[in-house]
Design a protein. Sequence first.
Length: 50
Amino acid sequence: MEIASIDKENIDDLYGLNAKLAESENQSHLFTADRQSYADAFLATTPACF
C-alpha cells in the first residue's frame, strides 16, 4: 500500500474517489460533505483528518 500526503493538488481527486466509492456501495446518502468542507477537514490550520 502506498500512502500519500493530502495537499491542494490532490484533495479534489480524493474527494472524487470517496464520492465514487460511496456511490458504488449504494451509500451516496451518507457522503454529504461538499468539496470545501471536505478540503477544510484535511487542509485547515488545525485539520480534523490526516
